[in-house]
Design a binder for this molecule. Structure first.
Ligand code: NAI
Length: 347
């Protein structure tokens, strides 16, 4: 594991197995330097353990960056449960996962993610208080994440085009899940001309009817001529091949780890495409998590998420001043905050 390509100096990686419930899980604590390692609990039928390990390591390291760049007192972590949420999930398995989290004594704090939901978190809270409480809002934190991406796009448009909002600009959205659909609604409200896609044609039809967007097949979205491209599906979408075909002025979306490797960010920059680093644009959920508790106030959380607009603005100005890809400058800023933290957080 120490030689894994995605290891990135993780503090702790826990492999857990519970024979009775069939739980097989990995919890990755990338950094607790700024606070408890925070991140979602993903359940997915991975092809192999190595695929699960790579996923959890990459996602956990990204969480550290999100918290550092938005200046919140959280570290970076992530958990994955190996299995198909539709067939393999049981109450016993969810409770076994909660015991793993409880045993970490608060060094890791869990939230829902792909394959887990608020009911699972409620079950876990019978065993551990180290998962989000989440109040009663069924879709949290996706609206906060979507709001963060929306204000990040607004900052990028202002920086690049000197305009106040998406107005009648063209915006292409890849992925219409919890975040992408909400982003489409927000952008449609400002008058943006939307092109949308998803692997699920019924979902595309539903959101197109709701927002007036043009429906596009998944293979056509990335190379389509547009002002803003918002990847809101899966990671590694910007690879050596796709970065050459992208015909957008700005790339800014919710998906985690969009760049297949740092060279792709440099290539986008060389092609004159403004890429807003994913870990800045999609940090709304992390900011939202700092408001968790019985007094959760969605208005206050959303207002706090709005800070992402200023963070993106400053980042893009700094990157332009040095003629560097924004990703490189954002990494430098996040690492500087980590380095300045007095010592490792104790829970
Ligand atoms: P989701 O699972 O609800 O939606 C993802 C959607 O993308 C699905 O509808 C799926 O059919 C679609 N999709 C997958 N591959 C596709 C492809 N090749 N072309 C077109 N569509 C495709 O996920 P959610 O919550 O909306 O998140 C979207 C992205 O944002 C994910 O990468 C997630 O990791 C990231 N993210 C989400 C946060 C949240 O608060 N939900 C927070 C930070 C990041």
């Amino acid at each position: 594991m120490f030689d894994h390509a995605a290891f990135q100096d993780h503090e702790q990686v826990v492999f857990a197995h519970d024979r009775a419930s069939g739980l097989r899980a990995i919890v990755a604590l990338h950094s607790t330097r700024l606070g408890p390692a925070f991140g979602g609990i993903r359940m997915r039928a991975y092809d192999c353990v190595d695929a699960a390990l790579g996923d959890v390591l990459r996602l956990s390291a990204a969480m550290t960056l999100k918290a550092a760049i938005t200046d919140v007192p959280l570290g970076g972590g992530k958990a994955v449960i190996l299995g198909d949420p539709k067939h393999d999930k049981s109450e016993a398995l969810v409770l076994a996962m909660a015991r793993v989290i409880e045993d970490l004594g608060g060094r890791y704090r869990g939230a829902e993610d792909v394959g887990t939901d608020l009911r699972d978190l409620a079950t876990m809270r019978r065993v551990t208080r180290h998962v989000l409480e989440l109040g009663t809002l069924p879709l949290r934190p996706a609206p906060s994440t979507a709001h963060g991406v929306f204000v990040a796009i607004r900052a990028a448009i202002r920086h690049r085009l000197g305009r106040e909002d998406a107005g009648d600009l063209r915006v292409s959205i890849q992925g219409l899940g919890k975040v992408g659909a909400e982003l489409a609604r927000m952008l449609a409200h400002t008058g943006a001309r939307l092109a949308i896609t998803d692997l699920d044609p019924a979902r595309v039809a539903e959101i197109a009817a709701e927002t007036g967007a043009e429906a596009v097949t998944p293979d056509r979205i990335l190379a389509r001529k547009t002002d803003v491209l918002a990847p809101c599906a899966l990671g590694a979408v910007l690879d050596a091949r796709t970065v050459e075909s992208i015909d957008a002025g700005i790339v800014c979306g919710a998906a985690n780890n969009q760049l297949a490797d740092p060279a792709c960010g440099r290539r986008l920059h060389a092609r004159g495409i403004l890429y807003v680093p994913d870990f800045v644009a999609n940090a709304g959920g992390v900011i939202d998590a700092t408001h968790d508790g019985p007094d959760y106030d969605p208005e206050r959380a959303l207002a706090d998420v709005g800070r992402i607009e200023t963070i993106v603005e400053r980042l893009l100005e700094a990157a332009a001043a040095e003629n560097l890809p924004p990703e490189e400058v954002a990494l430098r800023m996040a690492r500087a905050r980590l380095a300045a933290a007095p010592r490792e957080h104790t829970v």
